[in-house]
Design a protein around this ligand. Structure first.
Ligand SMILES: NC(=O)c1ccc[n+]([C@@H]2O[C@H](COP(=O)([O-])OP(=O)(O)OC[C@H]3O[C@@H](n4cnc5c(N)ncnc54)[C@H](OP(=O)(O)O)[C@@H]3O)[C@@H](O)[C@H]2O)c1
Length: 234
């Protein structure tokens, strides 16, 4: 099964208590801790959740008409970049001024809950989109399409916690790369590295094996883990 999906590495910057919002951490250069390590993980695409992508997508108001006559089929725009920026956006809440984030070409992952007007907006901006399910996303199918339609062999999942948690729960993460910041956040209710499920059900935690550990930026640790596949948390 694995050969038909990309190899998936989840990469995150976390506090010692696993939190991921850096608002009160007090670092002046906080982007570099995530970005400089991410750049050392070769990947054909990075993928984020809708909340995280709204930090990069359009801040303008785009009028979305409800009348366009477009069928619910995947749309692959002409390839203009070797690398991609993928967003899990089941209800189509991200709007776009162009089809690029930095040097990466955008791919929207949708459900059929989105309006035809939203699909028209994406087509007008030449933004590729794929359907991952009617109402709910089948993340295995999403990964298969990313590989099959766009040739993505290695995918880096860059958060936030909800998107990481849903891929973890589905057993689709191969490696976890954690930049551990020397800070305790302590904010109750703030997203953590993996937000998979409320409460304790039948699911088992996912265990890792260390691949490498490096001390970086004086007091940070960069820990790379391999997921122990026969003990994936489901
Ligand atoms: N420290 C770090 O390394 C790091 C990295 C990235 C982000 N962040 C921070 O993390 C925060 C956001 O994290 P977050 O956990 O709140 O949000 P997120 O994971 O970025 O986005 C969550 C949203 O993505 C969609 N989604 C994710 N998985 C889905 C699934 N399986 N099925 C359907 N929809 C799915 C849903 O969108 P809808 O609500 O539209 O249904 C969901 O609400 C931000 O503050 C960001 O800055 C930190």
């Amino acid at each position: 099964m694995d050969s038909i999906k990309p190899y998936v590495i989840c990469h995150m910057l976390g506090s010692v208590d696993g939190r991921i919002k850096q608002d009160i951490w007090g670092f002046t250069d906080h982007h570099k801790y995530f970005e400089e390590t991410a750049e050392k993980i070769p990947a054909d695409a990075w993928l984020v959740g809708r909340v995280t992508m709204q930090e990069f997508s359009s801040k303008q108001q785009h009028s979305i008409a409800a009348t366009a006559n477009i069928s619910y089929e995947d749309f692959v725009a002409e390839k203009v970049s070797e690398t991609f920026a993928v967003v899990i956006d089941p209800s189509g809440k991200c709007t776009w001024d162009s089809n690029m984030v930095s040097t990466e070409q955008v791919i929207e992952v949708l459900t059929e809950k989105v309006s035809t007007g939203y699909l028209e907006h994406l087509r007008n901006k030449n933004v590729s989109y794929i359907f991952g399910g009617k109402e709910e996303l089948d993340l295995q199918l999403v990964l298969q399409k990313l590989k099959g339609l766009f040739g993505i062999e290695t995918l880096r999942i860059d958060g936030g916690g909800h998107v990481n948690g849903s891929f973890l729960k589905a057993g689709l993460i191969d490696e976890f790369s954690l930049v551990l910041a020397p800070v305790a956040d302590g904010t109750i209710g703030s997203p953590t590295v993996f937000e998979a499920e409320e409460g304790y059900g039948d699911r088992k935690a996912t265990q890792f094996k260390i691949k490498s550990v490096e001390r970086i930026y004086d007091d940070f640790l960069w820990i790379r883990y391999q997921v122990i596949k026969d003990n994936v948390g489901r």
